[in-house]
Design a protein around this ligand. Sequence first.
Ligand code: HEC
Length: 107
Amino acid sequence: MRQTAVLVVALGVSGVGALAHADTTELGKDVFIKLSQPSCTVCHTLADAGSAGVIGPDLDELKPSRDRVVNAVTQGVGVMPAFEDSLSAEQIQAVADYIVSVTSTQD
Ligand code: HEC
């Protein structure tokens, strides 16, 4: 019984990369749709999130890099507000992972 537990932990650790990725994109979708105030969906089109905002650029077309999303969300760009005070660093990283994962054609 004890050995089984150790094995499970070991497998868990080796699989952490893949799992963490799935978890952050899940969280990122929540950030995009619900946790951000105002919600990203109000201003941005993103097919995966079912949003059709037209105040900001269409993210399906823009296909921003991870860094570009992190910078925009943290500091704001133009009329887009900064979310530095309302979202955690983890949530900002997660929304960046999410956008890259649903718009990038590379992975
Ligand atoms: C009030 C409307 C509004 C909200 C809410 C909003 N954005 Fe934006 N966003 C904009 C506008 C407008 C721009 C274009 C700014 C410019 O280029 O001057 C922009 C630009 C961007 C860009 C491109 C930045 C660049 O480098 O060109 C990204 C990525 C982005 N937004 C992601 C997000 C995410 C993720 C959220 C939610 C956490 C969000 N936005 C919430 C209006 C908004």
